[in-house]
Write a protein that binds this ligand. Structure first.
Ligand code: ATP
Ligand code: MG
Length: 357
């Protein structure tokens, strides 16, 4: 029996509904396995702008730092779209990643047999897909300096800088190997080494790290090829690891393989402090407040939290099994329902998963 403190940041739109569902599931796990989960709540995103005048209030950040893990819903919505840049909800998300040193973004993509009709791929291609994208989240093009526009010899020029420290690359690749060791023992390191110096160093470091993991296979793949292979034959992958922007693009691509935004969880690991868990989808303003959202992405994110932050493997499996079972018995929220299937609400889906646990 363990005691854990979880910071919950519901955020905006369906973020509130799906985090509520995930908290109920975590409570069910606590009861069944005799743990104590303490939930503390903080503001982030549009809600925080409205009430505190900033997308990431200091008290939220302090609360997160003093917790064992963070569960985030989603931020944003049309209400704040016209705000100046520093008062946009998304700023809160970037800020919390940077402030909490969330350097590794993990997105598992797992195919559920019962959702075969939702995938854009043919059954033989998508069946048994179970891969994990590990994206570097705090370096690269998004943060490199210099960045900006200026005039040079009478011409307007623009610069972005892809900058990494050796240690930052080593850290993310090591994380990928550690994760692969607990999976199918294969790492695909994705780069553009035929063109970019940063990628050549990336490849070199991948080779170095691989020497410490003789039981894990390493392959290198150019990013353009990886984008193609994800569609052509996604089953070949176990763990893909890549830099920030390549990872941004590939993880969105991969997330659509199973055809269901509402199903996919993510984890963002910190170098030192607590990690953050959130669904990959956004705040879905079009369905917010209607009890329609699919809570599974957030529920699976909470399972990742149990496994990765608390080491509660059996408990994580209990959640994942329950989700699988409930889907197999035909329960569908609107986003994954096909013609003729009965559609359940967010609340009904949560209740069913809870009962199964
Ligand atoms: P962001 O910019 O925050 O990523 P977005 O505009 O890209 O947001 P989402 O908010 O994720 O996208 O919504 C995209 C579409 O998917 C919307 O039509 C939304 O209703 C639907 N959607 C997203 N998440 C869910 C969910 N959990 N359940 C059901 N539908 C969802
Ligand atoms: Mg989006």
């Amino acid at each position: 029996m363990g005691t854990y403190r979880i910071a919950v940041l519901p955020g905006d739109g369906i973020g509130k509904e799906v985090t509520k569902g995930a908290v109920e599931i975590l409570q069910a796990v606590a009861t069944r396995f005799e743990h104590e989960f303490e939930f503390v709540y903080g503001l982030i995103g549009g809600d925080a702008i409205d009430r505190k005048g900033t997308p990431l209030p200091d008290e939220t950040l302090d609360m997160c730092r003093q917790s064992d893990a963070v569960l985030l819903g989603a931020v944003g919505g049309p209400k704040w779209d016209q705000n100046p840049p520093h008062l946009r909800p998304e700023k809160g998300l970037l800020a919390i990643r940077k402030e909490m040193n969330l350097f590794a973004n993990l997105r598992p993509v797992k195919f559920y047999d019962s959702l075969i009709d939702s995938s854009p791929l043919k059954e033989d291609v998508i069946k048994d897909v179970d891969l994990l994208i590990v994206r570097e989240l705090t370096g690269g093009l998004y943060f490199g300096k210099p960045s900006g526009r200026r005039m040079e010899d009478g011409e307007e020029i623009v610069v972005d800088t892809l900058l990494y420290k050796r240690e930052e690359i080593k850290r993310i690749i090591t994380t990928a190997f550690e994760l692969a060791r607990k999976r199918k023992k294969k790492v695909t390191s994705v780069d553009k080494a035929n063109v970019l110096e940063s990628s050549r160093m990336w490849r070199e470091i991948a080779e170095e790290v691989a020497r410490d993991f003789p039981d894990v296979e390493l392959e290198h793949m150019l990013v353009d090829n990886a984008a193609m292979q994800l569609i052509r034959n996604p089953k070949q992958f176990d763990v893909l690891v890549t830099e920030n922007m390549f990872g941004d693009i590939l993880s969105d691509e991969a997330s659509m393989l199973t055809g269901s935004l509402g199903m996919l969880p993510s984890a963002s690991l910190s170098t030192s402090g607590p990690s953050l868990y959130e669904p990959i989808h956004g705040s879905a303003p079009d369905i917010a407040g209607q009890n329609k959202a699919n809570p599974i992405a957030t529920i699976l994110s909470s399972a990742m939290m149990l496994r990765l932050s608390f080491g509660l493997h059996l408990e994580a499996v209990a959640i994942e099994k329950a989700v699988q079972q409930v889907l197999a018995s035909g329960y569908r929220t609107a986003d994954v329902a096909k013609k003729g299937q009965r559609i359940v609400s967010t609340k009904e889906m949560v209740d069913e998963i809870k009962a199964t646990i």
